[in-house]
Design a protein around this ligand. Structure first.
Ligand SMILES: [Zn+2]
Length: 257
């Protein structure tokens, strides 16, 4: 049996934490929602948690004082409320959670927080601005699907936006037993009927079920476990490198001020 890891909060004993004394916390934050006909509803949580865990593991091995927090399982699913068992966290709920987590950590001497975001519908920027002002903490947001663009380009025909080649490859790598590849649709999207609302610089959220007939966005059918591993390793390394630098930063070294 492997020993409890002091850098994984769910496993660590109090004595281990007193010795490890983390100074940067990593909070995976996903959503639980339909991912095509072929991926689990937990896809965003699985991805965020796995990248965060691997990154913390690698960063701690290089001397970082990072700790992995348990994942927040629900996100903003305001435009999917017609889909069965889809829990929506409103922005005020997300703000309250982020504020409570950050305030608690700051009281205990942890003033650096990394949000490892797994869901495109979670828009953390305005929340982070407010909570940083209120708490004095420095909060960094990682949208994992935007990491390592050169690896994305070299690895995927088209990564896709949701349940496409990138996400399907990742879950094939991380939890292949949960992927029903033979059920996969083509991830085709339906453009807005009002074309003028699709032009650059104009935005409104997509009414998901109408614009995404199989709930996916991007074709998953060229996904492979190998592609998933290639991106997973690169993304975890990128986050680990950032964690090492963030954990070792001294106050005044921007943006840790
Ligand atoms: Zn997803």
């Amino acid at each position: 049996m492997p020993a409890p890891r002091p850098h994984v909060l769910h496993e660590a004993t109090y004595r281990q934490l007193l010795e490890h004394r983390p100074n940067v916390a990593v909070l995976p934050w996903g959503a639980t929602e339909a991912h095509g006909w072929h991926l689990p509803h937990g896809t965003d949580v699985i991805e965020a948690m796995a990248i965060a865990e691997a990154a913390v593991e690698r960063a701690v091995a290089k001397g970082s004082k990072a700790i992995l927090l348990p994942a927040i399982p629900f996100g903003n699913n305001a435009q999917q409320q017609d889909q069965v068992a889809t829990i929506h966290f409103s922005t005020t709920t997300a703000l309250a959670i982020l504020r409570d987590v950050t305030e608690s950590l700051v009281r205990q001497g942890i003033d650096r927080l990394v949000l490892l975001n797994g869901h495109g519908g979670n828009a953390f920027a305005p929340l982070v601005r407010d909570v940083m002002l209120e708490t004095g903490a420095t909060i960094v947001v990682v949208n994992f699907w935007q990491l390592c663009p050169e690896v994305l380009r070299a690895t995927f025909h088209d990564p896709g936006d949701h349940a496409g080649e990138l996400e399907t490859s990742l879950v094939l790598h991380l939890h292949g037993e949960l992927v029903e590849m033979e059920q996969a649709g083509d991830g085709r999207t339906v453009p807005f009927a009002i074309e003028a609302i699709s032009q650059p610089g104009v935005w409104t959220p997509r009414p998901w079920s109408q614009t995404h007939p199989d709930t996916g966005c991007g074709d998953p059918r060229q996904a492979t476990r190998e592609k998933g591993k290639a991106f997973f390793d690169a993304a975890s390394d990128a986050v680990a490198t950032m964690l090492v630098a963030f954990s070792q930063a001294s106050k005044g070294q921007t943006p840790y001020v």
